[in-house]
Every structure is written in structure tokens, then in C-alpha cells.
Write a protein that binds this ligand. Structure first.
Ligand code: TXA
Ligand code: MG
Length: 362
């Protein structure tokens, strides 16, 4: 793939009314070595034929992704897993049965078929079978394993709508398949099952508790900064980061989190900042009350609600869109309400922390 601009064709694939001819065109292009962005239930992926070294290398180029950060191989159904791995560890069997297709990625020993650039020099491969019907239709039509990272430019929030993909990839790749908003909104759980104990490399919608229930072993959390070989190279890179500085409203109770969120907004406005907010409806009510007592003039605050105080499902589904929307509105601070770190809240807070870290000195 050269750096020359290409015309990006948007293929519409709403649920139940897919443009099958369009999908076929995109699938043929992918098999022939082109890049195609497609929807999944987690986030949009930037796909390449995983059997084609050149095509896989072009993903790194287009995303601006470091060459030592490996890609996930996407398959149309779980029956294809043996075609890309050397073996399926016994521990993986109940996980595959219970959570695939779905938002779980398993790292296993790689087989010889896939391009070496997929694994970025590791002897393992990450495998995922998306549950999104458009992803499944597209992967079946392609008939090859598809290497795909999230379809954002490196360092930007993962795309959860086709318009996010167009922002980052428009003019760079020939096809974007629009399957609507991603239901989960956070990237898949990544679990390394090559050792005696499963290692959770990235939290996602499939939780550590669910993994323990399914395979009888409690997964170990990867520290990410441990000495020795890096098990998931992606963890050392800056991720999920909006341009604005992210501040987090915390507290013991849900109500305290909402109050702290509102207080942070007040402080940042007083310090002269333009502030974006992603918070519960309760916090947003508190912030609106403050606005009433604020001096006349412009109120430099942009509000986005995720709904109920404890709604980690909606908060997760909307987080990355909120980051992009608030960034585009020109704020220089984004205040995000925290959620308790249980269930999906673990993955949500992982992404919030990643977005709020690494900011000083940049
Ligand atoms: O939900 C998702 O997983 C989305 C959709 C498109 O499937 N994909 C995604 O890909 O988030 P990406 O490339 O943005 O993140 C993949 C993560 C990275 O942290 C990478 O380091 C890790 O998975 N990974 C990939 N292959 C690996 C391997 N062989 N060993 C360890 N970690 C691996
Ligand atoms: Mg990514």
C-alpha cells in the first residue's frame, strides 16, 4: 500500500438489510490484499488477509502502529481455530464453548499458515470470533483468516461508529463497512492460555470471574510492566487517549462520584478551561445547577450523559464516542465519572485510566 490517497467506499450493512453485493466487493478486495474496516460487537476492526504478509504489513503503515505490537486474527466461526493455532490447550476448550463467538480473544501458540507480521515476532497468535452478524457474514465471504487491530489511528480512541473509522481511515483504505454502533464499545478481553494459569492481558466484557467460572482457574492479571519478556506488547503503548487532559471523578459511593465529577468541572471552569463532561445524568443535573449560579456569559462546558449512576453497559458503549465528540468540540479538559471496578466496570475503568495517564509533559 502506498501513501497515495484512495477513494473510500462506505458499504451500508444495517442489521437485517446488509448490502450483500457491497460486502462481496469488500471481501474480494480483502482477499486480494486490500484493507477493509468492518464492524464487530466490540469496536471496528481494520482487516487484512492474515495469509498475506504484504497486506498485514500495510495495516501497521496505515495505522502508524509500532511493528512489535501483534494483531488479532478474526475467524468466521470457532471451527476454524485449529487452522491458525499449533494446538488448543485444554483450558481453552470451555472458554471457546462458553464465550466464542463473542468479546474474548485467546492467545495460543501460532500455527504455520498465518503471515509472520501478524504475530510481530512472537510464537503466539491472538484469535477471536466476533459475534456481530455483519462481521460473521464478511469473514465467511472472505474465507480467509483476517488480521485486524482496532480501526483507529495509533493513539486515538478505538472506533465504535463507522463515522469514527471514516475520520481516521477515510482516503487511506478502499472500504469501510458500516454496521452501526458497536454494542460493547470496548475492545475484547485478551487472555493468554499458553501457560498453566490463564493470564488476563486486557480486561473486556468477558470478566475474570466469568473466566474462572468457565475454566475453574482464576486468571492472573498481567502487570504489564513486569520484568522479563513482554507478554502483550500492546500494553506498553499509550492507548485510548483523547487530545484533552482527562480527569476522573471518584468517590466511595455512586452519589459521591457524581458530586466529585461536578466539583472537578467547577474547578476547571474557574481555572479558565473549556471542559467536556462524560458522566451520569445525576452528575449532569448537579453541573446544570452550578451553571445557574455562574456569572453571566459563556459557559464553556459540553455535557454528555451515559444515563443511570451505575450503568456500566451504557457508559462503556458510549465512552470512546464521547472522547471523540468532546475532543472535536475543542475542550482542553475532559472530566469522566468513575464506576466501581466490578463486572464490566473493570474494563471501563481500565480505558479511563489509560486515557487519563501519560498526560504531563506531552
Ligand atoms: O475487540 C477487539 O479486540 C478489537 C476488534 C477489532 O476485534 N481489536 C483490537 O485489536 O482491539 P488491537 O490490535 O487494537 O488490540 C490487540 C491487543 C493488543 O494489545 C496486542 O498487543 C494484543 O492484543 N495481542 C495481539 N496478539 C498478541 C499475542 N500474540 N500475544 C499477546 N498479545 C497480543
Ligand atoms: Mg487498538
Amino acid at each position: 500500500m502506498t501513501g497515495e490517497p484512495v477513494e473510500t467506499r462506505l458499504i451500508r450493512a444495517p442489521r437485517g438489510a446488509m448490502d450483500l453485493a457491497g460486502l462481496r466487493l469488500a471481501a474480494d478486495a480483502l482477499v486480494a490484499g486490500k484493507l477493509v474496516a468492518f464492524p464487530t460487537e466490540t469496536v471496528y476492526g481494520l482487516g487484512a488477509n492474515a495469509l498475506d504478509e504484504e497486506a498485514v504489513l500495510s495495516i501497521y503503515k496505515v495505522k502508524g502502529r509500532p511493528g512489535d505490537n501483534p494483531l488479532i486474527v478474526h475467524l468466521a466461526h470457532t471451527g476454524l481455530i485449529p487452522t491458525v493455532v499449533a494446538d488448543i490447550p485444554p483450558m481453552a476448550v470451555p472458554l471457546i464453548e462458553r464465550f466464542m463467538p463473542g468479546p474474548l480473544t485467546l492467545v495460543m501458540r501460532r500455527g504455520p499458515s498465518i503471515a509472520s507480521a501478524v504475530s510481530a515476532g512472537l510464537d503466539t497468535v491472538a484469535v477471536r470470533c466476533p459475534s456481530h452478524p455483519v462481521a460473521q457474514a464478511f469473514l465467511s465471504m472472505a474465507g480467509v483468516p483476517v488480521a485486524a487491530p482496532s480501526a483507529n489511528l495509533s493513539g486515538r480512541p478505538s472506533p465504535t461508529h463507522a463515522r469514527h473509522v471514516m475520520e481516521d481511515m477515510g482516503g487511506k483504505i478502499p472500504f469501510v463497512i458500516d454496521g452501526g454502533a458497536c454494542e460493547v464499545g470496548l475492545e475484547s478481553t485478551v487472555l493468554d492460555v499458553t501457560g498453566d494459569v490463564p493470564v488476563l492481558l486486557r480486561p473486556g466484557a468477558v470478566t475474570a470471574d466469568q473466566i474462572r467460572e468457565a475454566c475453574g482457574v482464576t486468571p492472573r492479571r498481567s502487570s504489564g510492566t513486569a520484568q522479563g519478556p513482554v507478554r502483550s506488547p500492546g500494553m506498553k503503548y499509550r492507548h485510548y487517549a483523547p487530545r484533552a487532559t482527562v480527569l476522573v471523578g471518584v468517590g466511595r459511593s455512586l452519589a459521591a462520584r457524581a458530586r466529585h465529577t461536578a466539583e472537578l468541572v467547577q474547578e476547571e471552569v474557574a481555572a479558565g478551561h473549556r471542559v467536556g463532561v462524560f458522566a451520569s445524568a445525576r452528575a449532569i443535573l448537579l453541573i446544570r445547577e452550578m451553571q445557574k449560579t455562574a456569572p453571566e456569559g459563556e459557559w464553556p462546558v459540553r455535557l454528555i450523559s451515559y444515563g443511570e449512576l451505575d450503568d456500566s453497559v451504557q457508559a462503556s458503549a458510549r465512552l470512546f464516542d464521547a472522547f471523540r465528540t468532546l475532543d472535536a468540540s475543542g475542550v482542553d479538559r475532559i472530566v469522566v465519572q468513575s464506576l466501581p471496578e466490578k463486572g464490566l466496570g473493570v474494563a471501563y475503568m481500565n480505558r479511563v485510566h489509560k486515557a487519563s495517564a501519560h498526560k504531563t509533559g506531552e
